[in-house]
Design a protein around this ligand. Structure first.
Ligand SMILES: NC(=O)c1ccc[n+]([C@@H]2O[C@H](COP(=O)([O-])OP(=O)(O)OC[C@H]3O[C@@H](n4cnc5c(N)ncnc54)[C@H](O)[C@@H]3O)[C@@H](O)[C@H]2O)c1
Length: 434
């Protein structure tokens, strides 16, 4: 099928490369000319395992092309996907400006019968707004709309797209369902559940899914805080409750709270969406509050041991919001480092892949010493602060680290080190809830 994707970021690019891998003819577009230039040359602008290889393979086969000319790109499309950013807007509402602008711009250039599919995360009712915008821009009703939320995870985006847990589509016409079924046929034939439902249900599934995951994180973080008061170990609590098949083991890692470009904004957008419909999401609001306060915990642990932080050297390991990605959008590291700088600490920061994206996003990057190796970060540090669960950090030789550091404090915001090993190496170890 001829498809065009509007927006070539984490979702649009992965979906574009994935659909071209399935044999569809894909045109990916973006307003960012530098991004399109790189992609046309087979260079992936984001760190995502396997994406560049698959991109190059399909560029060579000629099943994927890239352009900034969105109008030309949609002319022959049978389906147009929107995968643009829907950031947090005023009061926490989803900002649909980019999405609706993109719809308004391209829809008049599309041929009659085009299927417009929203892949961006957007509240219930957005497809109705999209339909209105298209109707107004085109002056006709000769088109179809559908919701197809995306569930990929950064760090494993390609694997998630090629082998998702499920495909969800929200449709109100058999034609739209048939076309989406055809688009995902290779996956459906492999036994991946294809859930075709009504449009509000599909839109809500995405928000409910992200909120459930965020809830598990805030839940275990509250358990962690209580563990510290009563001498319990949250890692063992999480392991044991996760063995209960009704609960399961995922998303029960206590730490510094969730980050990334999705959970924070989606949880708040769901709460706001509830209010707009006269419904108060009490649990959703509480889980967001728990997370918003989370960054303080590691600062408190540092000050408990080091006192005033002015002039203290903190080696920060990990800037990305999670391992296997260079994405730092809404990463806890941004807020924690900013607070440490406010208190006068000297920051030496290391991340295997996210330093450049951190520099682009943080207004305080010039106040930080970024190191190109992990060992340089430890130099004369009073404390080691772990903020991302990269494997490289789990496997550090703590005896060697101790020799390089000036101090003896480790604050492990992700609970990835063995407390006994840290103590044996001569460190004071502070984890979360253990
Ligand atoms: N990142 C994730 O892990 C993830 C997972 C599932 C869903 N989502 C959702 O998918 C959507 C996209 O997220 P993302 O992380 O890929 O965002 P992103 O910021 O990486 O990419 C969005 C892209 O859209 C482009 N764009 C904006 N307006 C455009 C226009 N008018 N025409 C063409 N391109 C335009 C931007 O330049 C950008 O490159 C969001 O709604 C997000 O919530 C994200």
């Amino acid at each position: 099928m001829n498809i065009t994707i509007i927006g070539s970021g984490y979702v649009g690019l992965t979906a574009g490369v994935g659909f071209s891998h399935f044999g569809h003819s894909v045109t990916c577009t973006d307003i960012d000319a530098a991004k399109i230039e790189k992609l046309s040359q087979g260079v992936c602008p984001i760190y995502e395992i396997g994406l560049e290889d698959l991109l190059k393979e399909n560029l060579q086969k000629g099943t994927i092309t890239f352009t900034t000319n969105t109008i030309e790109a949609v002319k022959n499309a049978e389906a147009v996907f929107f995968a643009v950013n829907t950031p947090q807007g005023e009061y926490g509402k989803a900002n649909l400006t980019y999405l609706l602008n993109a719809v308004r711009t391209v829809s008049p250039a599309c041929k009659p019968g085009t299927l417009f599919i929203n892949k961006s995360t957007a509240p219930v009712g957005t497809i109705e707004k999209i339909r209105e915008v298209i109707r107004e821009a085109r002056g006709d009703d000769a088109f179809f709309v559908a919701s197809n939320p995306e569930f990929l995870k950064e760090g494993t985006a390609v694997a998630d797209f090629l082998k998702p847990d499920r495909i969800v589509v929200g449709v109100n016409h058999p034609n739209a369902e048939e076309r989406l079924h055809a688009l995902y046929r290779p996956l459906i034939e492999d036994g991946i559940p294809f859930i075709a439902t009504n449009i509000p249900t599909a839109e809500l599934i995405k928000y409910a899914s992200n909120s459930m995951l965020a809830l598990r994180i805030s839940f275990i973080n509250e358990i962690a805080d209580f563990c510290e008061l009563v001498g319990a170990d949250v890692n063992e609590v999480a392991y044991a409750i996760g063995l209960d098949q009704r609960i399961g083991p995922h998303f029960l890692r206590a730490g510094i709270g969730y980050g990334g470009s999705c959970f924070g904004k989606d949880v708040k957008a769901l709460a706001l969406s509830g209010e707009e419909h006269g419904y108060e999401f009490r649990i959703i609001k509480a889980l967001a509050t728990v997370n918003d306060l989370r960054y303080r915990i590691v600062i408190q642990k540092l000050t408990t041991h080091l006192g005033q932080l002015k002039g203290k050297v903190i080696a920060v390991l990990g800037l990305a919001f999670k391992p296997m990605t260079d994405d730092v959008r809404d990463a806890p590291s941004l807020r924690i480092i900013s607070e440490l700088l406010d208190q006068g600490a000297v920051i030496r920061a290391y991340d295997p892949v996210a330093i450049e994206s951190f520099k682009k996003l943080s207004s305080r990057a010039h106040e930080i010493v970024f190191t190109s190796t992990i060992n340089e970060a430890f130099q004369k540090a009073d404390a080691l602060l772990l903020l991302t669960a990269w494997d490289e950090f789990k496997n550090m030789d703590l005896f060697e680290v101790k020799k390089t550091m000036g101090g003896t404090l480790i604050v492990d915001g992700m609970n990835i080190l063995d407390p006994h090993a840290a103590k044996n190496a001569g460190f004071t170890y502070e984890g979360i809830g253990r």
